[in-house]
Ligand binder design. Sequence first.
Ligand code: FAD
Length: 333
Amino acid sequence: MKPFGYVRARTVPEAIEAHMNAPAARYLGGGTNLVDLMKLGVETPATLVDISALPLGEIEESAEGGLRVGATVRNSDLAAHPRVRADWPVLSHALLAGASGQLRNAATTGGNLLQRTRCPYFQDLAQPCGKRTPGTGCGALTGHSRDLAVLGASPACLATHPSDMAVALAALDAVLTVEGPGGTRTLPVTELHRLPGAHPERDTTLAPGELISAVTLPPATAGAPSAYRKARDRASYAFALVSVAALLRLGPDGTVRQARLAFGGVAPRPWRAPRAEDVLTGARADEETFRRAVAAELAQARPRPDNAFKVPLAAELAVATLTDLATAPEPQS
Ligand SMILES: Cc1cc2nc3c(=O)[nH]c(=O)nc-3n(C[C@H](O)[C@H](O)[C@H](O)COP(=O)(O)OP(=O)(O)OC[C@H]3O[C@@H](n4cnc5c(N)ncnc54)[C@H](O)[C@@H]3O)c2cc1C
């Protein structure tokens, strides 16, 4: 590992200042992704700004009736929170489907959102990768792409986004609070991750030095039946080949009043599915509708021969999840 500087920040402004004053700085949350990448030589920060002591470790009711989750809240604590389990179960399911108990005890909410791709070409310094080293191309284009993207990729990058939690947050319309040298702003989580285009080296829309300080779950998605389902090569301790986060609220006549759908493991960012949601909303909640909705979204898929299986897998996973939600009893408030 290369030598690096270390600063332990006590306040958010102190963290931002330390980040801005040190070239090639990185914030350090639980370190479960960043430190691994430093050991591989993929990340080479000159300074780590440790944010684990910032006062961002609380989960609180928001004024509007949602839930505000501090950026350093650990994944285990968020998954176990009674309000999350009752009102946004998809988030709890997604967190518990990820990594292992030990990792979830260390991993933070902000760090989970900003973990980097598990693409093998990104992690191997001997391979070309424009996400790791701009301008070097994409080894997966002529190599192994079984685990990589079928939606939203570009000729510069086929990598997928790895976070399970981020897929649930995309389906829930969560909103981030972002603090930076220019002040504080809010950002819908669906606008955090970017598609690669010609610049795969930029994963997100965050500006240099910006820090995620909180994630807010909105009341509009609270209390509806929701679920997360993940298909993977092993039953645990494996990233998603395909995953689905879904929320479905039905009216008394059996039609869909509110629908939210997002896919993981298929794109460079959590893939919110607005075309499917348009078909679902107002339609009868039955298998024919679910198949039509999912097909409308996945018509944009551009798979490669070795990952074409992801498209029918995503369709079946989504239809099964929506069917389960449509037949589940409404939670009692
Ligand atoms: C063996 C293994 C299996 C795993 N399996 C899964 C899985 O199945 N599903 C899954 O979703 N994840 C999985 N993970 C990944 C794990 O969830 C992440 O490593 C973890 O969530 C990252 O959180 P962290 O706090 O440790 O982030 P860190 O490693 O500290 O940081 C990650 C990135 O976020 C930046 N950062 C951290 N916090 C902030 C902030 N508040 N504001 C701005 N930037 C910030 C850092 O600079 C860094 O670039 C696995 C990891 C391992 C090692």
